[in-house]
Design a protein around this ligand. Structure first.
Ligand code: DAH
Length: 347
């Protein structure tokens, strides 16, 4: 018995406790209910009575020694793993999972492309607020009070804050022509500006219409500006944007803020002019409105209409993007489906 105790004591002192697995083994082997120490305690009953006390004390001493070794090793192991990553078996040399970068939105890409084309012929960018007043959206632009032309664009009006005194109705701008007025009111002549931005109209959302879309407005005011200048600017833009073999036509139209006014049509890029359901069989698609700034508008903005003339245009960025990339449903722009958006990654 004596011998068993001292050899077990030596074993306990020498046992491997350097890892979690070894420690577990140690616990089962020496401290467990079916372990070696428990065996020796069982044998205590075979020890002659007069020795029982001494042997019992030795066994208890060994048990404490084993427990102390276990506690110490466990504490050391916990301290060591606390400073280590949770999964020490993880292979840090593995290649990383690439972090998926977002891509630029097609509308923003085309917006930039358009602005760059106009920048090359001297048009600098101006911006204005999306919540506008009646003056900048309608009145200054020669929309007479109660004139049906105000209904050409279904307007979202903005309720004033309770108790607020407002001199005129406020609204979400229905076109970027509002920025023309702000530029003419505030900037020195001559003016050469492009004005990109969001516009809002109270329309049901479909493949062809949305209540939120984007326009780029253009404005040129100087002495002796003519319709021929407007045409050359638009010709230049269309060639740069869509290529040389595209035809352009100016179709007489009406806008309160221009006289004469013209809608700008280009060859339908889907059917190359043969006629399809996008161009409703005509072979032409409209990309915007334009005209010579009405003298009333110049005067409303404090510009001498005897001395100065100018031209303006407004184009939808969605329309240009759809034509350029053959996109047939406007809703794709706002659904944020990455399978759609990723296609513009490389542009
Ligand atoms: N503001 C017009 C619209 O949203 C587009 C437009 C037409 C703008 C003629 C112009 C212009 O500057 O001269 O329908």
């Amino acid at each position: 018995m004596q011998e068993s105790i001292s050899s077990l004591a030596a074993e306990v002192a020498a046992a491997d406790v350097s890892s979690a697995a070894a420690l577990d083994q140690f616990r089962l082997l020496y401290l467990g209910r079916k372990g070696r120490l428990a065996d020796l305690f069982d044998q205590l009953k075979t020890v002659p009575n007069e020795q029982k006390r001494a042997v019992g004390q030795q066994l208890n001493g060994l048990k404490q020694q084993a427990q102390a070794r276990f506690d110490e090793a466990q504490a050391a192991l916990e301290a060591a793993t606390a400073n280590q990553p949770a999964d020490a078996t993880f292979d840090y040399t593995l290649p990383t999972v690439p972090n998926a970068l977002g891509t630029r939105h097609p509308l923003m890409l085309v917006r930039e492309q358009m602005l760059r084309i106009f920048a090359r012929i001297g048009f600098a960018v101006a911006e204005g607020p999306e919540i506008e007043d009646d003056w900048h959206n309608f009145t200054a632009l020669n929309f007479p009070e109660n004139h049906p032309a105000r209904d050409m664009q279904d307007t979202f009006f903005v309720e004033p804050a309770p108790g607020a005194e407002v001199a005129q109705p406020h609204l979400l701008r229905t076109h970027t022509s509002t920025v023309q007025v702000r530029v003419m009111e505030n900037e020195p002549l001559p003016i050469r500006r492009v004005m990109p931005g969001r516009v809002y109209r109270n329309e049901a959302i479909s493949a062809r219409a949305h209540m939120l879309f984007h326009q780029i407005e253009g404005l040129y005011i100087d002495e002796n500006v003519s319709f021929a200048d407007l045409k050359q600017t638009i010709y230049y833009f269309v060639r740069e944007m869509f290529g040389e073999d595209i035809n352009i036509r100016f179709r007489p139209s009406y806008f309160p803020f221009t006289e004469p006014s013209a809608e700008i049509d280009i060859t339908c890029l889907i059917c190359k002019g043969a006629g399809c359901n996008i161009c409703k069989g005509s072979g032409w698609v409209e990309i915007g409105g334009s005209g010579m700034v009405d003298p009333n508008v110049l005067e409303n903005c404090g510009i001498d209409s005897e001395k100065y003339t100018g031209y303006a245009w407004g184009m939808g960025i969605e329309r240009i993007t759809m034509l350029k990339y053959q996109i047939k449903d406007l809703r794709l722009f706002t659904e944020n489906d990455v399978r759609f958006l990723r296609q513009f990654e490389a542009l």
